[in-house]
Design a binder for this molecule. Structure first.
Ligand SMILES: [Zn+2]
Length: 274
């Protein structure tokens, strides 16, 4: 059982170690959470940082490219939750690069409530799939993720002066500082947990905001979708779930069909095994 679980975890890690999911954008993570590397003329921006156990995936990928950690010029966070911070402190320490985050999530990423799981996870821990998720995350080091020490804050609408020049779009609700990152010239929107394609609690796939009480403020997360209206990027890269390649307008329509919670099955949604 133990061995099978480990093997499954390894396979997930390998499968998503540095796959190019859009021009110069590489996906890392496992079956539960994603993070990304943006490449521009050899220089790299790391967006989010998954789990502590994902560190070797980055090192292996850099080695294969003939690059070292000095290629990492910037670290940017979509929000301050522990499951997106796994390698961030280590990466910041090793490269000397600061971590960029929206100011409203700075306290969270610096340790305040960093390891407190959301209410919905705590309440449903007795359910086998929730328990399994937490077991996987515990094995991956979620509950020992170190907080960040230094932050550089970005503001809504700011184009960050880092490789790939992402523009931050503040989409609060999942957390107060949750933001999406638009790579306009690559036709890509990195959505963090403002808009995802996987409900990590139930394993259900489909477009939506994070389900209900996994958000600090579900109503606000819902309202924040309006901040994405008018964006036409084709590829959405979420914090949880597979990339979505049918464009932001279609994604928003699908999310609106799902509603604020995913408990009611919606057309187009289908379960998967977890
Ligand atoms: Zn989150």
């Amino acid at each position: 059982m133990e061995a099978a679980g480990e093997r499954c975890f390894q396979m997930q890690r390998l499968r998503q170690a540095g796959i190019e999911v859009a021009r110069g954008v590489f996906r890392f993570g496992d079956g539960h959470v994603n993070w990304y590397v943006i490449e521009q003329e050899g220089a790299l921006t790391v967006v989010d940082g998954g789990m502590p156990s994902h560190w070797p995936a980055l090192m292996d990928w850099l080695t294969k490219r003939g690059q070292g950690l000095d290629a990492v010029r910037a670290i940017v966070l979509t929000h301050g939750h522990a499951d997106h911070l796994g390698i961030v402190r280590r990466l910041s320490d090793a490269t000397g690069r600061p971590v960029s985050i929206h100011p409203d999530d700075e306290a969270l990423a610096k340790g305040a409530r960093l390891h407190t799981p959301p209410r919905r996870i705590r309440r449903n821990l007795w359910k086998p799939h929730v328990f399994a998720l937490n077991l996987n995350w515990a094995r991956a080091g979620l509950f020992t993720v170190p907080p960040i020490l230094h932050a550089e804050c970005y503001t809504d609408g700011q184009r960050l002066d880092v490789p790939g020049s992402p523009r931050a779009i503040h989409t609060p609700g999942h957390t107060p500082g949750s933001s999406c990152l638009l790579l306009a010239d690559r036709d890509v929107l990195i959505t963090g947990d403002a808009l995802v394609t996987l409900d990590v609690v139930t394993g259900r796939r489909g477009l939506g905001i994070m389900p209900g009480t996994l958000n600090d403020d579900p109503e606000q997360a819902w309202d924040s979708l309006t901040a994405l209206a008018g964006i036409t990027a084709t590829t959405l890269l979420p914090g949880h779930g597979e990339p979505y390649a049918e464009g932001v307008p279609t994604a928003l329509a699908a999310a609106r069909r799902h509603g604020i919670d995913w408990r009611t099955p919606a057309a187009g949604a289908h379960g998967h095994t977890h």
